[in-house]
Design a protein around this ligand. Structure first.
Ligand code: FAD
Length: 623
């Protein structure tokens, strides 16, 4: 039925589990993916969308590393938008609206085409652990499956409890069973567990909506895509989303249900996502606002189901219905599914190493929502990193980690394991101190060679990246060396209200002006000729534009990152005795003993550790 012993068992086929299984198998590990329902691989539990602010950058990083989320997001997209295009390139964030069913179907197809990967549908109810070393998993039917490493990606399923108004029942997601057994076993092994909650809005029948009363939200005129590979193409047709608003009447109706709300009557005690609050939470916290935005998003190409983004709620279904009917365009609304909230177990991520291996059990990894994060992209990227590291461990090779100046994924994991999280953690650009370096346009430059070295990114990907790099560098050099006459450039500058130049000069200087774009440069024959002769595509043009316009900022951040990396190089032995450092504050000694940072740089980010504590540590390390 199974192999005698797998290299890697992945428990759960959500976003984390799917990436983990793909990465481990693609790196040559015999891998088994065990999940409760093979029909729901990479199911989008909440909004049908991938990417967005900071999350779009993570998706590009996953793709650059050889993961599948970017490709699947492209092939199942129904709308593309580059968010924040009016801001600097560090903030540009790709986002797609997805066809929920296609997304899951395409993931399953990808996984089925992956070598070294077996599948099995069942609930894992426990782990086989000997002397704090993982040996395999136990299933609810009593099977024992052996493995050298195990990756847990249980998402919102561990002791999941669904709430709608004053009713609650066990479940991992609407229509799916909760998972039992694992939390208790892990606690017995010494793990600390906690409880979090999240919520989702109602889904409605598009045939019952009046879109003429809403504002249309079309996709970009020139859509782009996530994957750097040539496997996918930008969309040629798109579906629109729509915007509507709540009103004071809607708020009054919602308030009538507050006494039956699990959020307010004490039924839900755990913490929810701060940046994705329920509609009742928004009304309660921002009482002065008389309306809130709602995005009405199609769930796919060929379905009438719509997702009401911004109206997440666990109020009783009759209250949800009555209130939504008062919103413009929803007067005759019919529900497909009511909104609900879910509480689930998570494990504070300070119990993990940078590889996402647990400190307590050798060979056991955690990835995704089980680590207190929220969001598909956050989950997928952890799955990828856990899958890579489990495969490397089996091959007895060096671990693979990313620093804060290399990737958002590095920031995410470092934040989780160094600071922990007491509320569902989602990524923001503000969490990254080097966001000018961590852009969506250069994730391939940052990461593809690393992934190629460990055997994950393919040769084709590597060649594509090298080709793009070569072409981009040559084009930047062209701008540095190419002169332009006043007759050629001044009409272009005038058209953009930019001051004229009074003598011939290098193109780089004019292109670096804030309001001059690549489109303007292309009006010059020399530039257009270069583009045509060297067959430069959009990726190269975008890349070069950023490199020219933001050269100063990029250089400055590189210098700062180098400084940080110097501290990153000061390693701390794994079993270092902080209690012996009497000149360090008691709080710092206590926290560092718990977190066991690997470097002085990581130690400096632990909450409660002050600059003076870092100095003590540096002196002790002979610096
Ligand atoms: P999941 O996608 O939950 O997948 C877990 C997988 O593990 C499932 O396939 C399950 O069947 C399987 N599994 C679990 N236990 C076992 C077991 N013992 N044995 C075998 N298989 C098992 N994110 C946001 O960013 N914003 C939101 O507003 C938001 N709202 C949400 C609302 C709800 C109601 C839910 C359920 C989720 C919401 N999310 C939201 C979170 C988002 O869905 C998750 O962050 C993401 O799906 C986590 O991915 P994951 O792979 O960690 O887990």
């Amino acid at each position: 039925m199974f192999k005698d012993r797998y290299d890697v068992i992945v428990v759960g086929a959500g976003h984390a589990g799917s990436e983990a299984a793909a990465a481990a198998a693609n790196m040559g590990s015999s891998t088994l993916l065990v999940t409760m329902n093979l029909q729901n691989i990479a199911q989008m539990s909440c909004n049908p969308a991938m990417g967005g602010i900071a999350k779009g950058q993570i998706l590009r990083e996953i793709d650059a590393l050889g993961g599948y989320s970017g490709i699947v997001s492209d092939t199942s997209a129904i709308q593309f938008k580059m968010l924040n295009k009016s801001k600097g390139p560090a903030m540009w964030s790709p986002r797609v609206q997805s066809d929920r069913m296609l997304f899951s179907q395409h993931w399953r197809e990808r996984l089925e085409q992956t070598e070294n990967l077996d599948f099995y549908q069942e609930m894992v109810s426990g782990l086989i652990v000997e002397n704090h070393v993982i040996r395999g998993v136990k299933t609810s039917l009593g099977l024992k499956i052996k493995a050298k490493t195990v990756i847990l990606t249980n998402g919102t399923f561990l002791n999941g409890l669904i709430h709608i108004g004053d009713k609650n029942f066990g479940g991992g997601r609407a229509g799916e069973r909760a998972s039992f057994g694992i939390t208790k076993e892990l606690e017995d092994l010494g793990f600390e567990a906690g409880r979090m909650k999240t919520g989702t809005p109602p889904r409605v029948d598009g045939r019952s909506l009046d879109f003429s009363k809403m504002e249309e939200q079309p996709g970009d005129e020139k859509p782009w895509k996530f994957s750097y590979s040539k496997e996918t193409q930008p969309l040629t047709k798109q579906r629109s989303c729509w915007m509507s608003y709540t009103s004071p009447e809607v708020h009054e109706l919602l308030k009538e249900g507050f006494d039956r709300s699990p959020m307010f009557n004490g039924a839900i005690q755990s913490t929810g996502p701060r940046y994705c609050p329920s509609i009742e939470d928004k009304i309660h916290r921002f009482a002065d606002k008389d309306r809130h935005q709602m995005f009405v998003e199609p769930e796919g190409w060929n379905t009438v189901e719509y997702y009401v983004n911004g109206f997440s709620t666990s109020l009783p279904e009759d209250v949800q219905y009555k209130a939504l009917k008062q919103c413009a365009g929803f007067e005759n609304v019919k529900f497909f599914r009511p909104g609900y909230a879910i509480e689930y177990d998570y494990f504070p991520p300070t119990q993990l190493r940078h590889t996402l291996e647990t400190k307590l059990v050798d060979g056991l990894y955690f990835a995704g929502q089980i680590n207190g994060t929220t969001g598909y992209e956050e989950a997928a990227s952890q799955g990828l990193m856990a899958g890579i590291n489990a495969a490397l461990k089996v091959q007895e090779k060096e671990e693979f980690t990313l620093s804060r100046s290399e990737a958002y994924i590095g920031v995410l994991i470092d934040d989780l394991i160094t600071k922990g999280t007491e509320e569902p953690y989602r990524m923001f650009t503000s969490r990254a101190e080097y966001r000018t370096l961590l852009r969506q346009d250069n994730a391939d430059f940052r990461l593809t060679a690393k992934a190629f070295d460990i055997g994950l990114a393919t040769k084709e990907r590597m060649q594509l990246m090298e080709d793009k790099k070569e072409k981009s560098e040559a084009f930047v050099e062209f701008f540095k060396n190419q002169s332009v006459t006043t007759e050629e450039i001044n009409p272009i500058l005038e058209a953009k209200d930019s001051s004229k130049v009074d003598q011939q000069g290098k193109l780089f200087k004019v292109f670096a002006r804030p309001n001059i774009t690549m489109e303007d440069m292309r009006k010059l024959e020399s530039v257009e000729n270069f583009i045509q002769t060297h067959e430069l595509d959009n990726e190269v043009l975008e890349q070069v534009e950023v490199q020219v316009k933001y050269a100063g900022y990029i250089e400055k951040e590189k210098l700062n990152a180098d400084k940080l990396n110097r501290l990153e190089n000061v390693k701390i032995p794994e079993h270092f005795d902080y209690t012996a450092l009497k000149s360090m504050s008691f709080e710092a000694r206590e926290k560092l003993t718990k977190i066991k940072p690997r470097t002085v740089s990581q130690a400096s980010r632990v909450s409660g550790v002050n600059p003076s504590d870092v100095s003590v540590l540096l002196v002790h390390m002979g610096r």
